[in-house]
Design a protein around this ligand. Structure first.
Ligand code: ADP
Length: 768
């Protein structure tokens, strides 16, 4: 709620504000001058004195009830009229010696007099005025508890707490022990100032409110400002009327009195009515401050009116101060413990990923991404697909979100590449479709180029929190201001305020996520290093293999020639030998011949591997024409049509080798074809990423898909040794080698009985 320029002027614009006279509405409650209410509470009296001569300048209208004198009998008189000369002397002494600027200090107790009970007097100064507060004393009733021992015990217990939840519970127990109130809660402000009950101690028969959330409007900004300046705010009787100061404007300062530090400050009707609607008659509120900011409140409530004597307030104030100091230490301890827990889980997660080739253990393993963060959904994009866990947007929604995130500057930060939001729709309208499950998004790019990404999701807060005024819970009575100050209305405001919003990501979570990213990236990089090493090894062993193949085939050819020669001689000289011996000798000759062919292929294959390439622009139409010429003999055997639907391009390559590729493919296309009319097509198509893709298509016998890899293995034939004109089974292996030397790829499509198409690329872009 904020005021805008078109709002009517505030009713207290003249400076003479009184909560008794001026109503506060929804539109102006954020501007309400709660520090200058112009009124005190009825259970005591406020006297405003001129510091120099202690003349009474203002007094609460109910002075007669406590002091036996009407305002008219007091105004302009010296304070000795109320406290006698001795009292005036003590007040003066206090003014001169004590640090009472904006800090009320108990001075003495005014004994009971005819028609007036004994009063505790406390004094502070503000805006150059002395403010004397008179409240019925607690001394004369029951013996005061030993507050010193109680506070000492409270502090010792609070110091022992290790985690925030324990600390808050102990704080409520101790404040309850000090005050004896029905319910004491620690109420923590979130970043948006909505509150959550994080600790509670209460009478056994009351409903628990622990864990409930309340909208920021329940404690509006002016009230929060006051709580930053005081430690204790007592309200002994929310139903009691407020007493206006007479006169309302101070005659010396010409202003309303600043009552921030007055224990007797009159309370806003917005507050008292809300308390009543919640079933509380009295309240005592302690501030919890961390680094000067309002961290939260200790909210104490009682179902019946209750006095809060000075001693109780002082003890509570001390506890609030110590608790505030302790809070930071406990929070730091807890945040450290949470960080360690996250890091430990992240280490185990990365340990798992390290065992696997991909990143899938992050969603499939244990622990997984959901164990690694306080979230309800997680997704990771890698290996060209999404892997999701828990409640996440659909893959299509993830694709769009990813594209949007990748365009964000945060994603390209060199030091902190992370995007975290508690309300995605605020920046990304597309998020509206899934804000129920993913209002909160924490996203990390995994690699800047490859598009890997990790995402965690949190649902809209309303889905996860218990709210303090759930309309389905017990209804409460509405006060005269109607629905506004009821839990039901409060719920609507709360629901509205957290629409499309998730609980925010803590900085320790964001830091831990960034660390996890570094770990994953290191893993990916070390894997890439390993791959490079493997490639180097592979290249080396390929070279060794080539060398071996050359030596083996070259050196073995010599003895083989000898064997072949002897076999021939034996065959010639054994003309008279029996037919069995002749048959064996003929077999030997045939085998040596075959071995010779195999060795030629091997020798050729090893040469292909060893020679360096001569790159130059080659008109492939010429290369194909030469290749067709070289397989010309086969073409004559059976009617054959050669189709070249469009001219081939000129590409940078090794002319001889590419011709060799075409020769092998064309030879096979002619060979493995039993049709009466053979049809062969040579063509190409452009491909943006791979460069031109060439193909040789035939209408031959085709190849079973399960043999697609096999045909590229050296000496592998799918047929009998002599079927289809025989062959060594090295042709396609050589094609593959030649293509790879050009950094290209070869593959095939084929249907048995219909035909085959062999594709290859040349000089395709190197893989990224
Ligand atoms: P080779 O032709 O010397 O046997 P290749 O390495 O060229 O050796 O071919 C390996 C095997 O792949 C061949 O034996 C044949 O079974 C099969 N093959 C090759 N090209 C074709 C084709 N166009 N159609 C059908 N089968 C083929």
């Amino acid at each position: 709620m904020t005021t805008t320029p078109i709002d009517p002027p505030l009713p207290w614009a003249d400076g003479a504000y009184s909560i008794k006279r001026h109503g506060v509405s929804l539109t102006n409650c954020d501007s309400e001058p709660v520090q200058m209410p112009g009124c005190s509470q009825a259970q005591g009296v406020v006297l405003v004195l001129r510091v120099s001569d202690l003349t009474i300048l203002q007094v609460s209208e109910n002075s007669a009830a406590h002091l036996g004198l009407e305002p008219a009998q007091l105004l302009g008189k010296p304070i000795a009229t109320v406290v006698a000369a001795e009292g005036e002397r003590r007040l003066r002494e206090c003014l001169e010696k004590e640090p009472i600027e904006r800090n009320p200090i108990y001075v003495f107790t005014l004994p009971a007099r005819a028609g007036a009970a004994a009063l505790d007097l406390s004094l502070h100064t503000v805006d150059g005025l002395a403010v004397l507060e008179c409240e019925p004393t607690a001394h004369e009733t029951a013996a005061a508890p030993d507050y010193y021992s109680l506070v000492k015990k409270s502090i010792t217990r609070m110091q022992a707490a290790q985690v925030l939840a324990d600390f808050c519970r102990i704080a409520t127990e101790e404040v309850r022990a000090l005050t004896g109130l029905d319910r004491v809660m620690v109420y923590r402000f979130h970043a948006d100032f909505h509150g959550e009950v994080v600790g509670e101690s209460k009478r056994a028969d009351l409903d628990p409110w622990l864990g409930l959330h309340y909208p920021a409007t329940d404690i509006p900004r002016p009230a929060r400002e006051v709580f930053k300046q005081i430690w204790v705010r007592p309200l002994p009787d929310a139903a009691a009327p407020v007493m206006e100061l007479v006169p309302l404007i101070n005659p010396d300062t010409h202003r309303s009195l600043t009552m921030t530090h007055c224990a007797l400050r009159g309370a806003s009707v917005m507050y008292t009515e809300y308390l009543k609607n919640m079933g509380a008659a009295a309240s005592l509120t302690l501030s919890l401050l961390v680094d000067g900011e309002l961290w939260g409140l200790v909210v104490c409530q009682h179902t019946t009116p209750r006095q809060f004597p000075y001693q109780v307030r002082a003890a509570c104030e001390f506890v609030a101060q110590v608790a505030s100091l302790q809070l930071r230490a406990v929070e730091q301890r807890e945040s450290l413990a949470y960080r360690l827990q996250l890091e430990e889980t992240h280490n185990r997660l990365v340990g798992q990923v390290a065992q696997d080739a991909g990143l899938s253990p992050m969603t499939l393993g244990k622990p997984n991404l959901l164990d690694a963060m306080d979230a309800t959904g997680a997704a990771i994009f890698h290996s060209e697909r999404w892997w999701s866990l828990g409640d996440t947007p659909s893959d299509a929604q993830l694709v769009n979100l990813k594209a949007w995130l990748e365009a964000r500057p945060e994603f390209h930060s060199a030091t902190r590449p992370v995007f975290a939001t508690d309300s995605l729709v605020r920046d990304y309208p597309g998020g509206a479709a899934f804000s129920m499950i993913a209002s909160g998004v924490l996203a990390l790019p995994l690699a800047r180029k490859k598009g890997g990404i990790v995402l965690w999701f949190r649902p809209e807060t309303i889905q996860t929190v218990r709210w303090g005024g759930n309309p389905h819970e017990k209804p409460t009575v509405n006060g005269p201001h109607g629905l506004r100050l009821t839990p039901r209305k409060s719920f609507e405001l709360f629901a509205e305020s957290v629409k499309d919003r998730a609980l925010p990501w803590k900085s320790v979570e964001i830091e831990a996520a960034l660390r996890l990213r570094v770990l994953i990236m290191e893993l990916v990089v070390s894997r890439a290093d390993q791959l490079t090493e493997l490639n180097v090894d592979l290249t080396r062993s390929n070279e060794e293999l080539d060398a071996f193949a050359y030596v083996a085939s070259h050196d073995l050819k010599e003895p083989l020639r000898g064997i072949s020669k002897y076999a021939h001689q034996l065959l010639e000289s054994a003309a008279s030998a029996d037919s069995e011996t002749r048959r064996r000798l003929e077999g030997l000759t045939r085998l040596t011949l075959r071995m010779d062919t195999l060795m030629d292929s091997l020798l050729y294959f090893s040469r292909v591997g060893r020679a360096t390439l001569q790159f130059q622009p080659v008109d492939l139409n010429e290369a194909v024409a030469e290749a067709l010429e070289m397989v010309g003999a086969r073409r004559q055997e059976v009617p054959t049509s050669i189709l070249l639907p469009q001219p081939l391009p000129t590409v940078e390559c090794d002319r001889m080798r590419v011709r060799e590729i075409f020769v092998n493919l064309l030879a096979n296309a002619l060979k493995y074809n039993d049709r009466p009319q053979r049809e062969i097509e040579i063509g190409w198509r452009a491909d943006a990423t791979r460069g031109p893709v060439f193909f040789v298509r035939d209408n031959g016998i085709g190849i079973e898909p399960r043999h697609f890899d096999l045909v590229f293995k050296i000496f592998k034939r799918l047929h009998g040794r002599d079927a289809f004109g025989g062959g060594s089974g090295a042709g396609l292996t050589i094609v593959q080698k030649l293509v790879e030397q050009h950094h290209g790829r070869v593959w095939l499509e084929s249907t048995p009985g219909v035909g085959s198409t062999f594709y290859f690329t040349l000089g395709a872009p190197l893989p990224p």
